[in-house]
Design a protein around this ligand. Sequence first.
Ligand code: CAA
Length: 381
Amino acid sequence: MQIELSEEQQLLRDTVRRFAAEVVAPRAREIDASGEFPLDFFHRAGELGLAGVYVPEEYGGAGMDEVAYCVAIEEISRVCASSGVILSVNNSLVCDPLLAYGNEEQKRELLAPLASGRKLGCFALTEAEAGSDAAALRTRARRDGDRYILDGGKVFITNGTHADLALVFATVDPERKHRGITAFVVPTDAPGFSRGHHEYKLGVQASGTTQLFFEGTPVPAAWRLGEEGDGFKIAMAALDGGRVGIAAQAVGIAQGALEAALAYAKERHQFGRPISEFQAIQFYLADMAMEIDAARLLAFKAAWAKSQRKRYSLEAAQAKLFASEMAQRVTNKALQIHGGYGYTRDYAVERFFRDARITEIYEGTSEIQKLVISDWILRGA
Ligand code: CAA
């Protein structure tokens, strides 16, 4: 594994950083306050190749690698965590399983518009009574000739308010537990499909979180991903990739908070000098920089492990767990450095602090990551 970014990855970082500064940052505060979903941002990101960073160009993506994907998610999240997760979900939870499990027709018809940013995807696994215990989901899929009929509901679906296509997990037989779960690509203009209200949350306000409902929703059998019963493994494998994306998102949030704290510490004077001259503040900054670097390396290592085409659940869980908890500590210190001003809505640091919190919850809580890690090390894998 190479520690430095390649020339191509550096070029991508510089391009995405410019795009983030010019297009994403100016609206970050406004969409956090209003909760408006930045659909125009998604389409423009798609034009840059960011909707399907490691999807091959023949299927509409940028054809780059998994580390490049981390770099892109970090750069966007450094200015707007909502925009970061919108891209992360489309890339790793929707495009990636289509790339890994889709047949040629599905890749051309379904993957290409998603990877090029013409269509937005969402990942519909979680239900009201099936969160961490994803295998307990109850949405039903009944075979009816050359189609399936879906009935049930999903909650907390990122991108759900605006998605064109949903990757939906439903069971063909609840008695078969996780072995009955099957994956379908469902267009959101299908009959019997509807959305709930937009969730008002602590952070990542603009990520379009909502409920989805299916009432007798027909889905062509040709849009089933994999075989009946493959769905749980498809979801878990997709979440391994998703966790790498969330680790990169957490690194980006923390990096944005560190940069805000550095600037503030140099300009804020107390006791006759900039507060950056006080060792208490310097030590905070040192801890923050070191922790961000450690998390970034874990994210890159997990991305590299993914590129080796072997199971990388351990690396993904470690990166996600460490990076999300790191982001919590770093944004907390950044807010402390800002003092009373940090607690107001006038400074971006309070948004970074609120946004960081969800990285410890979605795509598997910290406790679930610890289960995955301990399972691997106890089995000696
Ligand atoms: N890749 C491939 N296969 C996997 C896998 C992986 N990463 N993880 C598990 N499997 C397979 C196992 O090998 C096993 O296979 P067999 O049937 O052949 O034995 C099967 O799946 C069942 O595995 P487990 O017995 O380990 O499953 P479990 O029911 O005990 O669940 C769990 C394990 C780790 C708790 C899992 O349920 C989990 O990760 N839960 C968290 C769910 C989650 O992350 N939800 C996030 C929602 S999505 C979201 O937040 C997106 C968003 O909008 C931002």
